[in-house]
Ligand binder design. Structure first.
Ligand code: SAH
Length: 273
């Protein structure tokens, strides 16, 4: 057998891993390719951001392993997840590695792929709708809009050690800013962006459980950001959007949600309540 045939055979006996983005929660936002991977893989290894309604689509007979990382709770470490992925692939299984949103946007998909590829495992990628895109659409907030915002920047407010955000650069961009994992840093975001020159009345939105039946959209201004988080008891997962485009959310709202809550929060100054 030629070396390449041998390699091919070896590859076949190894399994493979699909890094699959599940989108922000609504199962109808799964791509056809993602659904196909969920339905045909031997094992699904999934994170906590994969919504209940998407989990309900897992085939009854297939193995599904939860490796969610919940802040502050015991959960699998990235090393444990890597070992599990490798183990399953080496057993010859086809693995669906299912993550919320898109695996390559604050999803550690790159790290997992590097590790797997260095072990000779074939990896393919099925992109998903990242929360920044999905949740903003479900909140009626266009990320760009002629005359209001020429660009959009996704920022993570989470850091292993210290947060190294170039606030001045962000403020100067004049872009819509979308902060992932920003809830616990709301005060910092509010203060730093204002110090960097963003107007205190810049519109902001908090989107909690975006694209899910219990989605909440809370709008206000930059100077109210942390107070909104506290007063409205906003819970993870939530996105923070900062920028003039947020001012369109009321007119462009289209998802049916608890409108009384929405209007109350939008119109009344939460701080003066
Ligand atoms: N890979 C994911 C992001 C993972 S980081 C993606 O592409 O979307 C996790 C953060 O994403 C959360 O802390 C939150 O800020 C955001 N997020 C993910 N899903 C969300 C949802 N349904 N609603 C609001 N925020 C969400």
């Amino acid at each position: 057998m030629s070396i390449s045939r041998f390699k091919q055979k070896q590859q076949r006996s190894l399994g493979q891993v699909s890094l699959v983005g599940a989108g922000p929660g609504d199962p109808d936002l799964l791509t056809i390719k993602a659904l196909r991977s969920i339905e045909t893989s031997d094992v699904i290894i999934f994170d906590n951001l994969v919504s209940e309604r998407i989990r309900a689509l897992f085939p009854k007979g297939s193995e599904a392993i939860y490796v969610g990382k919940i802040k502050g709770a015991h959960s699998s470490t990235q090393d444990e997840i890597n070992r599990l992925l490798l183990k399953k692939a080496k057993q010859g299984l086809n693995v669906c590695r299912l993550k919320g949103g898109d695996a390559f946007v604050f999803g550690r998909g790159g790290e997992e792929m590097l590790m797997l590829k260095s072990a000779g495992i074939h990896v393919d990628i099925i992109p998903g709708i990242t929360a920044g895109a999905g949740c903003s659409s479900y909140a009626g907030i266009p990320l760009t809009h002629r005359g209001l915002s020429q660009g959009c920047t996704f920022v993570t407010a989470h850091a292993e050690k210290t947060l190294d955000i170039k606030w001045q650069a962000l403020a100067n961009l004049n872009h819509t800013l979308v902060f992932y994992m920003g809830l616990s840093k709301a005060q910092l975001i509010e203060t730093e962006l204002q110090q960097a020159g963003l107007a205190s009345n810049t519109p902001v939105a908090l989107i909690e459980n975006g694209c899910c039946p219990d989605q909440r959209v809370i709008t206000g201004t930059l100077t109210e950001l942390n107070a909104l988080v506290v007063e409205q008891q906003v819970k993870s997962p939530a996105l923070i959007i900062v920028g003039e485009v947020v001012s369109l959310s009321e007119q462009l709202q289209w998802v049916e949600m608890n409108t009384s809550v929405y209007e109350k929060i939008t119109h009344s100054a939460v701080l003066s309540a």
